[in-house]
Write a new protein. Structure first.
Length: 273
């Protein structure tokens, strides 16, 4: 599409995971910027009133492949940015700048428990893909909570990674089993299965670091549970997708990075009323 704004990127890929849920590739037309797995970039599109609408989005691709930057994005009803994005197609211009963020995999020799709700899976995919590209391993237990089975993006890839011998245990859980009659896995919001998974995999304050990404309610619940088990604040790393305009009315503890996502554009789908 033709657009007068001097964009510095183009949409290079559009893969629908489920209705209103996509994996998007963005190619930088400027020299690509390096990033650390777990960081985010800011995407921008010009709105109808001549204002650049920008949103922070976690990068889901490997930090060693800068040919494009990959993002995991949900369409939000009334969302200023995502509704503009869904009008675009592959080849159309988009703005991209980055990176920012401190949600990084720690070089601490510990096992990692990744807990993601909805699109909060994105930074963990970047961490895993970067580890594989560098021939490195880390013992990982990855918990992904969504509303519906079809929202479990990268499920086949993650299950294959586990079968191939990478030291990862992938666990999906859905919060609406009554609407997913074929589902045979765990049910409930992801925060409700964390304690049993800690026990099952013998993850303790002596052996593990927790990484939490997604809606703030999930993160607060898991953080409180971890503290009760003796995990120090630095052992619970957090990235909150917090809708802009929502009151930050809960304590999130130390080590938290809050990413404002206006109009719920980066809020997890489980946060709906």
């Amino acid at each position: 599409m033709s657009d007068p704004y001097p964009y510095n990127g183009r949409i290079s890929r559009w893969e629908e995971v489920a209705p209103g849920l996509v994996i998007v590739g963005v190619e930088s037309l400027d020299p690509p910027f390096a990033f650390e797995p777990g960081q985010y970039a800011t995407l921008g599109l010009m709105g109808s009133e001549g204002k650049l609408i920008q949103r922070p989005m976690s990068i889901s691709s490997s930090a060693d492949d800068l040919s494009e930057y990959e993002f995991f994005i949900r369409l939000v009803e009334g969302g200023a940015f995502t509704n503009l994005l869904w009008e675009r197609k592959v080849g159309d211009p988009i703005n991209i700048k980055g990176p920012k963020g401190r949600f990084l995999l720690q070089d601490d020799g510990r096992a990692a428990l990744f807990v993601a709700s909805g699109t909060g899976l994105a930074p963990f995919m970047s961490m895993l893909d970067t580890l594989r590209d560098r021939g490195q391993e880390r013992q990982v237990v990855l918990l992904h909570g969504v509303s519906h089975e079809h929202d479990l993006a990268w499920r086949d890839e993650l299950e294959a990674l586990e079968r191939e011998g990478f030291p990862i245990r992938y666990v999906g859980t859905i919060s609406r089993p009554q609407q997913n009659p074929s589902w045979r896995g765990l049910t409930g919001r992801v925060e409700t299965i964390v304690e049993s998974q800690l026990d099952e995999h013998a993850l303790t304050p002596e052996t593990a670091t927790l990484y939490l990404c997604g809606n703030p309610e999930m993160i607060v619940a898991v953080d409180e549970s971890a503290q009760a088990r003796g995990f120090d604040a630095e052992q619970v790393r957090k990235e909150l997708y917090w809708p802009k305009g929502r009151t930050h009315g809960v304590a999130v503890g130390a080590g938290a990075a809050v990413t404002d996502a206006e109009d719920d554009d980066e809020a997890d789908e489980e946060a709906e009323p």
